[in-house]
Design a protein around this ligand. Structure first.
Ligand SMILES: O=C1C[C@@](O)(C(=O)O)C[C@@H](O)[C@@H]1O
Length: 258
C-alpha cells in the first residue's frame, strides 16, 4: 500500500505537509471574495476546505449546492474538502444528524468535492454508511475529532485516530486544545506513535492555540500530513498565516534533506 494519497496535483502523506486554507464566508459573495484571494495566493495554498457551518444558508441543501458549485468553478484545480463542523466540535452551528448525513451525502455525490470530513462523534454504523457512499463516489473520507477543552492522554488520542482508521477513514484527524507544553508533547507523541504503527495511513493532527502552533509547523518531522493555515480569517485558534507557514515548512523540509 502506498504511504500517500494522491488527490489532484498533490500527494498527502509525503514531503512537506500540505497547506489547507479554510473558507469561512457567510454568503456567496464572501465565498467569491475568498476564492479570489486564494487564487491570488496560489503559491501558498495546496488545498481548500469549505467550512459549510459558517455559511448563512447551510440549512438549505439547494443553496449549499449552488454555493458549492460557485466555489468549484473558481477553484477547480485545487483539492476541496467539504466540512460541516458542528458546534460541539468547535463549529458554528448544530444541525440535526439526519441533515448532517444528507448534506455530506449530497456533497459526496456532487462530483465537486475531493474529500469529505466526517466527525467521529457519530455512531460507527452511521460513519460506515456515509463512508461507503463517499468511497462509491470516488471521494475520500477524513474522520475527525476535536476537543476544544483539553488534550486527552496520548493513549486516548492514538485510540481515537485508530478508530478513524478502523472505520475505513482515509485520513484520521484529531485537533486538541493544550493547557501546557506537555499537552503539546502528548499530541506530537500520539502522532509519532500512530505513524509508527500505521505508516501507510496519512493522518492530520494539531494542538490548537498559540502554545500548540509548533504542531502546525512540524508535521513533516512528527507525521502530520496536512496543516490548516489562515489566509484572511482563521477557522481555529493558533492557525498560522499561509506565507509564514510555507516558508517554515520549507525550512524544515530542507533541514530533513541534509
Ligand atoms: O478540523 C479542522 C482543523 C481546525 O480545527 C484547526 O485547528 O486548524 C480547522 C478546521 O477548519 C478544520 O476543519
Amino acid at each position: 500500500m502506498a504511504n500517500f494519497i494522491a488527490v489532484k496535483n498533490i500527494r498527502i502523506g509525503v514531503g512537506t505537509p500540505k497547506i489547507c486554507v479554510p473558507m469561512t464566508g457567510n454568503t456567496v459573495e464572501d465565498l467569491l471574495a475568498e476564492a479570489e484571494l486564494i487564487q491570488l495566493n496560489k503559491n501558498f495554498v495546496d488545498m481548500v476546505e469549505w467550512r459549510v457551518d459558517f455559511f448563512n444558508d447551510s440549512e438549505d441543501l439547494s443553496k449549499v449546492m449552488t454555493a458549492l458549485s460557485t466555489i468549484h468553478q473558481r477553484l477547480k484545480e485545487l483539492p476541496l474538502v467539504f466540512t460541516f463542523r458542528s458546534l460541539e466540535e468547535g463549529g458554528e452551528k448544530e444541525i440535526h444528524p439526519s441533515y448532517y448525513f444528507d448534506l455530506n451525502e449530497a456533497a459526496a455525490k456532487s462530483g465537486m468535492v475531493d474529500l469529505v470530513d466526517i466527525e467521529l462523534r457519530h455512531r460507527d454504523e452511521d460513519i460506515s454508511q456515509i463512508l461507503s457512499i463517499i468511497h462509491e463516489n470516488g471521494r475520500l473520507g477524513i474522520l475527525s475529532s476535536h476537543n476544544f477543552a483539553k488534550t486527552p492522554s496520548k493513549d486516548k488520542m492514538v485510540e481515537i485516530l485508530e478508530r478513524g482508521k478502523k472505520l475505513g477513514g482515509d485520513i484520521p484527524k484529531i485537533a486538541v486544545m493544550p493547557t501546557s507544553a506537555r499537552d503539546v508533547l502528548a499530541l506530537l507523541e500520539a502522532t509519532v506513535e500512530m505513524q509508527e504503527k500505521h505508516p501507510d495511513t496519512p493522518i492530520i493532527t494539531m494542538s490548537m492555540a498559540g502554545q500548540g502552533a509548533i504542531s502546525r509547523l512540524s508535521g513533516e518531522v512528527f507525521g502530520s500530513s496536512v496543516t490548516f493555515g489562515a489566509l484572511k480569517k482563521a477557522s481555529a485558534p493558533g492557525q498560522v498565516q499561509v506565507s509564514d507557514l510555507r516558508r517554515t515548512l520549507e525550512i524544515l523540509h530542507h533541514s530533513l534533506q541534509k
